[in-house]
Design a protein around this ligand. Structure first.
Ligand SMILES: Nc1ncnc2c1ncn2[C@@H]1O[C@H](COP(=O)(O)OP(=O)(O)OP(=O)(O)O)[C@@H](O)[C@H]1O
Length: 376
């Protein structure tokens, strides 16, 4: 068997490293290809040490060579990690907060806030100390979902400075812009005002010690997202989507925003909300109203973890409106669904924290992804 180096390079042009738009050869990830009889050695250079991306790159290279060149070729892939040298500013770390998870969705109304609230109570049930920052400036829903609509955070003295005390509900520490506005008042926050308010809720608050701070982001990929990522060392992002094509297309944009070179926040995975409907009287029937496994397939395509699915259940909507997240009802299918998702999230956080250095707040260094900043 004689292997042709040029043919191998051509095969490698058909695959890309997860999160990068260009193919492996064009992006410079393939540093060298050597052939010795039936042996091929491919040297790759990646900018992220994330284990799943390394593994995927190795498997893809082998598959491309076996499928397109020779199935008997002995392929060896050497991977070197070179951190990209893009300039970054150090985010002000928040003393006492171990992990900050941004929960986002490309599209509005897919259940991002519902998922955030239920993740928070499930993590709390598992014994973690959890905070929720409702950064959904345009439609804050945490006060309703945690039944603390009329609460007003008080100011406390911490080391000579006065700080905002989050409201505690079901053991979860909560701050929301909704606490500072009247329920029926339209909130017209321009970018800078919103960022200032958020910064205060993050840095001028007495969060205490938290294992997880979940941030409920507004839908989309706009200026609030950029300003949060500029000021906070985010551990990772969870993207919520429903299974229909229009929601998936926007979720894809959300994932690429986090993975883009200028933002580079690890995506912990995708949650599929409203995955199917099961009527109470026919518990074994599943109706895939919005399509089947859409978000699962998207996760596979984008090579990010799939964290789990949440069915459409009337009690989820009722519990949200009533102010008692549905996952608190232990032993129900909803609680079981969130249990699975939370376990996957925690597993991904652990994986991420062992394979990557702490995320630094990002200084946006290119205009890529910043198109929304100038608007308003
Ligand atoms: N799995 C579900 N089953 C039934 N109802 C759900 C489910 N998920 C969300 N809902 C309901 O759908 C509505 C929208 O959910 P939610 O407010 O969480 O969406 P969102 O994506 O945060 O919206 P926004 O774009 O305003 O931020 C709410 O009434 C909520 O109770």
């Amino acid at each position: 068997m004689k292997l042709d180096r040029k043919e191998i390079l051509k095969a490698l042009e058909t695959i890309s490293v997860a999160g990068e738009g260009k193919n492996m050869v064009e992006s410079g990830a393939v540093q060298n290809v050597m052939t010795f009889g039936d042996e091929v050695v491919v040297d790759l250079v990646l900018s992220t040490p994330a284990l799943h991306i390394k593994k995927r790159a190795e498997v893809d290279v082998m598959k491309a060579i076996h499928d397109q060149i020779d199935e008997k070729a002995k392929v060896k892939v050497n991977i070197k990690i070179e951190a990209s040298d893009k300039p970054e500013i150090k985010g002000k770390s928040i003393p006492g907060i171990s992990n900050i998870i941004a929960v986002s969705s490309g599209k509005g109304g897919v259940g991002k806030s519902t998922v955030t609230a239920n993740l928070a109570v499930t993590l709390t049930n598992m014994g973690f100390k959890v905070g929720v920052l409702d950064a959904d400036i345009y439609g804050p829903s945490m006060p309703i979902m945690f039944d603390v609509e009329s609460a007003k955070p008080i100011s406390v003295e911490v080391e000579g400075r006065s700080k905002m005390k989050p409201i505690t509900s079901y053991g979860v520490e909560i701050l929301s812009i909704g606490f500072f506005t009247k329920p029926d008042q339209a909130v017209i926050w321009r970018g800078p005002m919103a960022s200032k308010a958020l910064n205060q809720m993050i840095f001028d608050a007495d969060w205490g010690k938290l294992d997880f701070l979940l941030i409920d982001l507004p839908p989309g990929t706009g200026d609030i997202h950029l300003s949060i990522m500029q000021s906070l060392p985010i551990t990772g992002a969870v993207v919520v989507s429903t299974p229909q094509a229009v929601a998936l297309a926007d979720a894809k944009k959300g994932v690429s925003m986090f993975m883009s070179e200028s933002i580079n926040v690890p995506v912990l995975g995708i949650v599929e909300n409203m995955a199917y409907f099961t009527p109470e009287e026919l518990p074994n029937n599943k109706y895939y109203i919005f399509g089947e496994n859409g978000a699962k397939h998207l996760a596979q395509d984008l090579n990010v973890p799939f964290l789990g699915e949440v069915p459409i259940v009337q009690s989820i909507r009722e519990a949200g409106d009533y102010g008692r997240p549905a996952a608190m009802q232990e032993g129900t299918p909803v609680a079981d669904a969130f249990d699975k998702i939370v376990k996957n999230v925690v597993q991904e956080v652990v994986k991420r924290n062992t394979s990557l250095p702490p995320t630094e707040a990002i200084k946006i260094t290119t205009m890529a992804g910043c198109s929304a900043v100038g608007k308003n």
